[in-house]
Each structure stands twice: as C-alpha cells, then as structure tokens.
Design a protein around this ligand. Structure first.
Ligand SMILES: Cc1cc2nc3c(=O)[nH]c(=O)nc-3n(C[C@H](O)[C@H](O)[C@H](O)COP(=O)(O)OP(=O)(O)OC[C@H]3O[C@@H](n4cnc5c(N)ncnc54)[C@H](O)[C@@H]3O)c2cc1C
Length: 392
C-alpha cells in the first residue's frame, strides 16, 4: 500500500480498461439496438467476454479465475456499459462476475469445483433469485419455503424480477427454512442454494418491461422443486448473512455500470451538440445545452471518485458501507441525469431509437430502483452513518 494518496490506476488496471474498451469495439450501438429490439440475449458478446477470461475476474485461481479485486471488476463493468452496451451488456455477465461471491466464501469444496470453473468458462449461466412479490425490499419477509426431506429439500414459492432466469441453467436461490414467525432474529432461518432451474418444476414468465430488453427479467412460480442437499450454500439458516457479505461490492459494481452509461450518454450528447446546427450555429454553442452537459461531467467525475474510494477500501479489507452506498447513490443519479440531458440535447431525435440515447435513458433509470432503491440507500446512510431512527 502506498503511503500517500493516489488517484492513479495501476498499470494492470489501466490495461484492463484498455483491453475491455478494445474488445467492446466489436459490439457497436447497432448490435445493442438490435438485441434490445429483438429481445434477444447478446450471445456473441457473452461468448467473447467468456473467451477473454473476463467472467472469472474475481473468482479465485484454483477455480479457473483471476482472483482480482472489486476495483478491477468495477473497471471491467464500467467499460462494458460505457461502450454503449449499457445494462443489456452488464446484466448479461454481472451475475457471473460477482454474484457467486457467497458460493466462493461459504460453498462446499465440492459445490465450488462443480460450478465455478463452468461459470468462468461461460458454459454455466446463472441467475439470482431473491426478490418476491410479497416481500419487496424487506427481504426478511420472503416466504418461498424449502422443506427438508431426507437428502433433499422441496421448495415452493414465488419470485419476481429474476433477471436472466430464462437463459440460465442454475439459480442462486434464497429460501426460508424456518418461517418468519418462528425465528428469534428476522434475518435467521433463510437458506441459500445454487441449484438447477428445473423447468418441469419452475414456471418462468418474462415480465414486459421498460428497457434492457436483451436480457429477460422473470416471474418464477416454484412448485415442488427438489434440491439435493449438496446444492446448499454453507449452513442451513445462514443464507441472508451470506448475502450481506456481497452487498457492498454489488453496490459498487452497479455504480460502475451507471457511471459507464452516464459517460457514453455524455459522449453522444457532446457529439450531437457539435454536429447539429439550428439558428445558424451548433446547438452546443448555446449555454442551455452546454452547461447541463458540463454540469453532468462534474457529477460523473465526483461520483467516480467516491466509487474509486469505495472499491479501494473494500479491496484493502476496510469498512466501506458508507462509501459503497454513497457511490451507488451518486453514480445512479449522475448516470441517469446525464442520459436524460443527452436525450434533451438530441431534441426530437432523442426520442428516436436511432440515436441510442433513448435506450441509455431507459437503462440508466433502473439503477435508481434495483438492486436497491435510492431511498434504501438514504435509509442506510441516515440510520447507519448518521445514527438516525430506522424506518425499515
Ligand atoms: C430490471 C430489474 C431487474 C431486476 N433483477 C433482479 C434479479 O435478478 N434478482 C432479484 O432477486 N431481484 C431483481 N430485481 C428486483 C429489485 O431488486 C427490486 O425491484 C428492488 O429491490 C425494489 O424492490 P421492490 O420492487 O419490491 O420495491 P418495494 O419494496 O415495493 O418498494 C417500492 C418503493 O417504496 C420505497 N420504499 C419502501 N420502503 C421504504 C422505506 N422504509 N423508506 C423509504 N422508501 C421505501 C422503495 O424505495 C421503492 O421506491 C430487479 C428489478 C428490476 C426492475
């Protein structure tokens, strides 16, 4: 660790940024527009990322990965989003990149050997099943129940918004193994599985949604799904705790994706503002167009600094809840605002699909809601950092 302050990327980190940016040139705005409009998974992109070894960036080397930190993963996802791939690109790979953290830390050796190398080489697609219609952000209220029967669990319940479930072979599934009413602490009694998404027992229905349409988000109706005990991640009843470990990194990675979309939106806006002439001058000469874009630059740069601090703290084993939450909040705001201004800069053409900023706008919007809403971030900062009373 260097003694003073440093804002520079290491040579390796810069190499990651440059390599990913180079690789993403193969997938232009037209590629993403077409995937989005056809509601078609970006297989060529996914395969390219897998072939480059990028899916294993944080997975330990003994399972085929590179064992790098969240700083490196955040640079990867920022560049992927920034290329114009946005959330369609990021979501296609996000879960492989960091979603398996609870398995890496708490999974049995057998489960890790069986799954992680296949995730790294791209062969195994995974999704993440937490949200339920009856629980919302209050995850402890989930009711999907796993009942132990000999060497199996039998699961019944319902999940909602599960991204990539249609395309996935396995799901990281959060269940209750003790009912909410019967636990002492509401965070107890939940159990995590990494298991097959058996289509004969799970009905998967895509939700028609506002954007990011190259990757589905789905309702899951789970009816007597049998899960072998070997697919349980760690101990019974500890699932929620295992997920908590991964929340800060998840927030940082989402922040990086929001930042990437904000950056590409701003690039496109600046280009259009220079090209488009109205009233005999480029529209970008008008301060009503130029200032919001310059203002967005300041907000994106400031948000990026907090993100860099958060990932540095995490990778150096220091507490980072405040910074991770702040980074997610600021990057989501700055990214969305930049996309909105990019749309405004394009005038009527902003509303046309052809200029891509409408797609960025739709994709940037989701980061204010998922995986954690801006309100819950403020709840965290209000209660944990400022010590104010909790509403949740
Ligand atoms: C495109 C997309 C993809 C997703 N992918 C996945 C996935 O792969 N896997 C998965 O498990 N989930 C996924 N989700 C679900 C996502 O994590 C949730 O939508 C999100 O956590 C918000 O929960 P909710 O929709 O139930 O909102 P609710 O809990 O119903 O909340 C509604 C609103 O009320 C606010 N609110 C609630 N309580 C409070 C309070 N105490 N104080 C202040 N405000 C409050 C919230 O901030 C929110 O704005 C996805 C969602 C979307 C939209």
């Amino acid at each position: 660790m260097s003694a003073g302050m440093s804002f520079a990327l290491s040579e390796d980190q810069q190499l990651i940024r440059d390599s990913v940016a180079e690789l993403m040139k193969k997938f232009d705005d037209k590629y993403w527009m077409e995937r989005d409009q056809a509601h078609e998974f970006p297989t060529a992109f996914y395969d390219t990322i897998a072939a480059g070894g990028w899916l294993g960036i944080t997975i330990p080397p003994e399972y085929g990965g590179h064992g790098l930190g969240i700083t490196e993963a955040s640079i990867l996802l920022e560049e992927v989003a920034r290329s114009g791939g946005g959330m369609n690109a990021a979501t296609a790979i996000h879960l492989s990149i960091f979603g398996m953290h609870p398995v890496v830390v708490h999974g049995s050796e057998e489960l890790k050997r069986r799954t992680l190398p296949r995730i790294v080489n791209g062969d195994l697609h995974v999704c993440f099943g937490v949200t339920e219609p009856g629980a919302g952000l209050d995850t402890t209220r989930i009711s999907t129940f796993a009942r132990r029967e000999g060497d199996h669990y039998v699961v019944n319940g319902r999940k909602v918004w599960i991204s990539k479930a249609m395309e996935s072979e396995k799901i990281l599934l959060l269940t209750r193994t003790t009912r909410y009413e019967d636990v002492e602490k509401k965070t107890d009694g939940m159990t995590l599985f990494l298991t097959d998404l058996d289509r004969t027992k799970v009905d998967i229905r895509p939700i028609a949604k506002m954007g990011r349409n190259a990757v589905t988000s789905n309702e899951l109706f789970i009816d007597d799904l049998r899960i072998p005990v070997e697919d349980r991640v760690g101990e019974e009843g500890m699932g929620f705790r295992y997920l908590l470990d991964g929340l800060n990194p998840e927030r940082m990675l989402i922040a990086a994706e929001a930042l990437g979309i904000g950056r590409v939106a701003l690039d496109r806006a600046v280009r259009y503002a220079g090209d488009r002439e109205v009233f005999g001058r480029p529209i970008g000469m008008n301060q009503a167009i130029q200032f919001p874009l310059a203002d967005s630059l300041t907000h994106l740069d400031a948000a990026e600094l907090v993100l860099r601090k958060a990932t540095w703290l995490y990778d150096n084993g220091q507490p980072c809840g405040r910074e991770a939450n702040t980074a997610k909040y600021l990057c989501a705001e700055a990214g969305f605002t930049a996309a909105d201004r990019a749309l405004q800069t394009h005038g009527g053409m902003g509303y046309a699909e052809e200029y891509n900023v409408a797609r960025y706008f739709r994709e940037a919007r989701v980061m204010k809601i998922a995986p954690i809403s801006q309100e819950m971030i403020l709840n965290y900062l209000g209660s944990h950092t400022l010590g104010m009373p909790r509403s949740y």
